[in-house]
Design a protein around this ligand. Structure first.
Ligand SMILES: *[C@@H]1O[C@H](CO)[C@@H](O)[C@H](O)[C@H]1NC(C)=O
Ligand SMILES: *[C@@H]1O[C@H](CO)[C@@H](O)[C@H](O)[C@H]1NC(C)=O
Ligand SMILES: *[C@@H]1O[C@H](CO)[C@@H](O)[C@H](O)[C@H]1NC(C)=O
Ligand SMILES: *[C@@H]1O[C@H](CO)[C@@H](O)[C@H](O)[C@H]1NC(C)=O
Ligand SMILES: *[C@@H]1O[C@H](CO)[C@@H](O)[C@H](O)[C@H]1NC(C)=O
Ligand SMILES: *[C@@H]1O[C@H](CO)[C@@H](O)[C@H](O)[C@H]1NC(C)=O
Length: 512
């Protein structure tokens, strides 16, 4: 009897010990995963040690960040053997790399650049891995490059927290073209509910000397001379240094395939917010760009030398073009986008400094523009060459837009540009269902004398004036040929029906 009691007692003790152990393990697991991880870390820190001692490895993904972080495979010399196996199942999710695991503080003050770089180094080695930037943290990150080309494909950058840019001039050296760069990757996704904040107000103040201005801006004559006051909240630069003259793009993708950006918000970039160059296969959706209407040079999305691009379901509010399509772009589809404030959706400026530009197969449809300077616009410099061909603007709803429809082949900067005969040719430009209100001029077509615009088709145009701040103008056309497929409001009599008589085809040299 007595012996039995002792055995029984021992068994119960062991059971209690086991239950206590497993409940603490369970607790710490949950605590460390959730967003309350920070608070619970202090109280449960001692338990971690015990657990590590007993098991020799970390059971939980995203954890163990404090002292002995579970280094992902191939990452240096960890005292904890990576990843051990428990009954044949991997005990670590080796595809998820939380920046907190790599020492990021996320307090908005500490420079977390190195932690982000370390997380990238680890994620880069694992196919379809995920970098996690957790919510409820603010990460101060300097200029950074998430660089292939030796990375595994299909990496996901899960952005749920906030990333802010340094406001000290020292962080930017003599000037950089971008702040956050993803380059030479195959399959890269940036997704989540997080925010990229460029804190760019410091950069918006000085205008570069060769800042391009729009030919149409000559028509902006206020009825009453109300000088509007730029009232920007300006963050003063640390130690009063001067920001370099090259302004960085906030988020740039270069030379990559299959790029997806979804969910996130990019705000207050020093310059362009989101840029793709030399990319094939781009999808941007359900995201926002947000900066003040008077922030200089802050394009929303900039495309260059990129093909197979879809942009949809996004809200773009900025101080320059909502979307800017540059040379080398083809098969671009933009739909269900809200634009404003901003300068509208633009192709160009193309052909600057006598360069050749090629743009084709661009569709822009189901767009709402509110309080923008331009609606849909094509702008080229004199002296360029090449061709813009196959452009459709359809179902563009404008309200309070200064110039809803613009072709400007005399785009110029603040200096006067000399007249040149060569031009980027424009052919096959269709406008259908462009409707709403304008505040200066409904249609402005200024085409090249030597290479008139061809096959410009207008269908279902209904634009009504909103006499507000500016003098109003009638539709204007110069050297613009094409068709009017239905009566328009207002009448666009200036369009020349048919083809130009001197039907000059682009020389072979100029063909795209
Ligand atoms: C690892 O995490 C990813 C992303 O949360 C998930 O899709 C995957 O199924 C997980 N893998 C394992 C083995 O738990
Ligand atoms: C513009 O704002 C500044 C300071 O905010 C003020 O001193 C100036 O008088 C304002 N100018 C006009 C034209 O309202
Ligand atoms: C891009 O994605 C498409 C469709 O998913 C796929 O067929 C193609 O191989 C991918 N390209 C690269 C370079 O990974
Ligand atoms: C239009 O945009 C300008 C510049 O951003 C802004 O100052 C103005 O308040 C806006 N007007 C309306 C009616 O939204
Ligand atoms: C034009 O681009 C669209 C995508 O917007 C694509 O589906 C279509 O195949 C392209 N057309 C040609 C002729 O390449
Ligand atoms: C360029 O041509 C336009 C139109 O023919 C003319 O009005 C303008 O004065 C010329 N500019 C220069 C700099 O020659």
């Amino acid at each position: 009897m007595g012996g039995l009691n002792v055995k029984h007692f021992t068994f119960i003790t062991l059971l209690i010990v086991f239950l206590v152990w497993s409940s603490t393990t369970f607790q710490s697991c949950n605590a460390r995963r959730g967003k309350h991880w920070r608070q619970s870390r202090a109280t449960s820190a001692s338990l971690y040690k015990k657990k590590y001692k007993h098991h020799g490895s970390n059971h939980h993904h995203g954890g163990g960040s404090k002292s002995k972080s579970p280094k992902p495979p191939g990452k240096g010399h960890s005292p904890i053997p990576p990843p051990s196996y428990d009954g044949g199942h991997p005990t670590i999710n080796s595809t998820v790399f939380d920046v907190l695991q790599f020492g990021a503080k996320g307090d908005g003050n500490t420079d977390d650049t190195k932690a982000f770089e370390a997380a990238w180094d680890a994620a880069c080695k694992v196919e379809a891995s995920t970098i996690v930037v957790p919510s409820n943290y603010v990460f101060l990150v300097g200029p950074i490059s998430f660089s292939g080309p030796y990375c595994q494909p299909n990496i996901v950058f899960q952005l749920d927290g906030t990333i802010i840019a340094p406001t000290s001039w020292k962080a930017w050296g003599s000037g950089l073209f971008q702040w956050i760069l993803f380059t030479k990757l195959k399959g890269i996704t940036v997704q989540g509910q997080g925010i990229i904040n460029g804190r760019g107000s410091l950069w918006w103040q000085d205008t570069p000397l060769d800042e391009p201005i729009d030919d149409e801006s000559l028509f902006v004559i206020p009825i009453t001379d109300t000088k509007h006051n730029n009232s920007q909240t300006v963050i003063s630069s640390d130690l009063n240094g001067k920001m370099p003259s090259i302004k960085p793009t906030a988020l740039r993708f270069y030379g990559s395939f299959n790029v997806t950006v979804t969910g996130i918000t990019i705000q207050n970039s020093p310059q362009c917010h989101l840029k793709f160059d030399n990319c094939v296969g781009v999808e941007v959706s359900d995201m926002s760009v947000s900066s003040p209407g008077d922030s200089l040079n802050t394009d929303g999305i900039h495309l260059q030398n990129s093909k197979d691009v879809v942009i949809h379901s996004t809200n773009l509010a900025c101080g320059d073009d909502c979307v800017s399509i540059q040379t080398g772009c083809t098969n671009v589809y933009i739909h269900n986008v809200n634009c404003g404030p901003g300068h509208g959706i633009s192709i160009g400026g193309l052909g600057r400094d006598n360069t050749k530009a090629c743009v084709s197969n661009i569709t822009v449809r189901d767009i709402m523009m509110h309080n923008t300077t331009n609606g849909v616009r094509i702008k080229t410099w004199q002296g360029g060459s090449g061709l813009v061909q196959g452009v459709l603007f359809s179902n563009i709803q404008v309200s309070e837009v200064e110039f809803p429809i613009v072709i400007d082949q005399f785009y110029c900067d603040k200096r006067t540009c000399k007249n040149q005969t060569s031009a980027v040719a424009l052919s096959g430009i269709t406008y259908e269902k462009v409707r709403g209100t304008y505040t200066i001029k409904p249609v402005h077509f200024a085409c090249s004398d030597s290479l008139p615009c061809q096959a410009v088709t207008l269908n279902n145009i209904k634009l009504e004036p909103l006499q507000e701040r500016y003098r109003l103008y009638d539709p204007f056309c110069w050297q613009t040929f094409g068709e009017l497929n239905s009566p328009s409001v207002p009448p666009i009599d200036c369009l020349q029906i048919g083809k130009p008589s001197s039907n000059r085809i682009q020389s072979d040299h100029d063909s795209c």
